[in-house]
Design a protein around this ligand. Sequence first.
Ligand SMILES: NC(=O)c1ccc[n+]([C@@H]2O[C@H](COP(=O)([O-])OP(=O)(O)OC[C@H]3O[C@@H](n4cnc5c(N)ncnc54)[C@H](O)[C@@H]3O)[C@@H](O)[C@H]2O)c1
Ligand SMILES: O=P(O)(O)OC[C@@H](O)[C@@H](O)[C@H](O)[C@H](O)CO
Length: 503
Amino acid sequence: MMPRLSRPAAREEGLLPLTPDAAGVQGQQSLRIVHLGFGAFARAHTALYTELAELRSQDPSQQWRVVGVTQRSNTVAEQLNPQDGLYSVVDVGPGATGVQLVTCVDEVLSGPDESDAVVALIADPQTRIVCLTITEKGYRLDAAGHGIDCADPEIQADLAGRAPGTAVGQIVRGLQLRHRRDAGPLAVLSCDNLPGNGELTREAVRSFIRALPEDGTEELLAGVQDSVSFPNTMVDRMVPQPTAETVEQAARALGFTDEGAVPGEHFTQWIIEDDFPGGRPQWELAGATFSDQVRQWEDTKLRMLNAGHTLLASLGLCVGAPTINDAVQEEAFARACREMYRLEVLPTLELPQGVDGEAYGEEVLHRFANESLGHTTAKVGSDGSLKIGPRLGETITRCLDRGLTPQWASLAVGAWVHHVLHGREEDVADPLAEQMRRQGLAAEGAESSVSEVLRVAGLFEDLLERDELLRVIVEWVRILRTGDEALRSEIIRRSEERSSADG
Ligand SMILES: NC(=O)c1ccc[n+]([C@@H]2O[C@H](COP(=O)([O-])OP(=O)(O)OC[C@H]3O[C@@H](n4cnc5c(N)ncnc54)[C@H](O)[C@@H]3O)[C@@H](O)[C@H]2O)c1
Ligand SMILES: O=P(O)(O)OC[C@@H](O)[C@@H](O)[C@H](O)[C@H](O)CO
């Protein structure tokens, strides 16, 4: 049997250098990143950038270490802690360069079970950055997205003073303690796929503080204003969930069993606002770009890549395509994606300087076709009630404002609604799944059924007053009801109709 990965074993095999003391590096100051939501993406992207930056840094006086925090299940803690925090990232698909061992993680704490320890770490002066990859739903925002949802029972329990169970609760309790101790400045860095993720996290934190029942909230708000930054950032790397094959690939490369190995496509990008008052790793050495055009990058990525992902995942779920690669191999679905980019997204998008929108779209489609990735339509298509707005809302609004019918973006919405209403119940992964289906199916007629699902999801409420949007979504849902072949032919027919109109 292959031995389990650990620091002593890896050192013995020459995978790790000797300990810092033995290597003679004196006076190192270890600074800390606390990463809330230490799932697959955090390990294959953000922590990997820290690892590579540390490896390439010429500055031995500072060393950055990461403590991961699980939020819901303790699987990652159970995988990484017996390995002394070590794990590997397996590059898969075109351009893959192999397996990278990540050594910068000290430990993984359990958010649910060790909440007080998490708060204490956030408050520790050596902690300079709190990162988040907690998924869209982890922010527990109100329907308008302007702050936390004070009606959420978990938020209420955190506000009432229990050891905090939500990510925003953990951050605020940590900031409270930090403020009392005068522990110095901090950056809170949301790396989730949300537009304006930094601003949105700032608002979540501020609204939580405002809702606290205790005294001293004004002072804390002022402290946050003075010493806590919330940089916006765009993150990009397709990271599917690890499988047994990932563990096997890592084992072949390392000679150890790595229960925490994660896969990722070779492509990776990170654009960040440079606002880290307590310092930061030299992530630029690992390929990150510090830019004042983060908003344009975020919009481009969300409205092109993530919207395309949502379109393909929803269509794939409707026709039984298990992966994004399977979905994009379907000529009709790839066409739908291209048409959405060409006719609806690009004409209404402000691209970052120097980016060619058409080439960006083609590259994204090429990345979707990575057959080694196994990115499932189930995972990408999950939580549609929270993802559709940030990915498709802006495109739909801007098209309607210009008098254009956003029929391809509406196909993504229609396919998702169809899946919610008629997919196998166990396949609809969404916090509102049960309510959307029950109320949607109880409504009389296709139109009411679709608008009921969208209403429960809090999507496009103001836009639905414009008949055009509801009409086109309902049309797609009707086509989807008639079967997969009818759907494919209708997509091809409409795209050809459009091409001949253009030509
Ligand atoms: N996987 C990717 O390709 C990718 C790429 C770019 C950005 N991201 C961002 O990273 C996020 C996580 O993706 P992942 O691949 O790591 O997923 P994952 O399922 O591996 O991990 C999700 C993490 O979020 C936490 N989480 C889930 N629900 C939560 C909740 N209600 N409250 C608090 N925490 C919660 C989990 O505990 C876990 O740590 C995505 O939602 C996205 O915003 C992912
Ligand atoms: O991670 P989610 O669930 O927010 O979205 C699923 C995918 O669209 C997403 O993770 C992409 O793979 C990623 O954004 C690529 O950078």
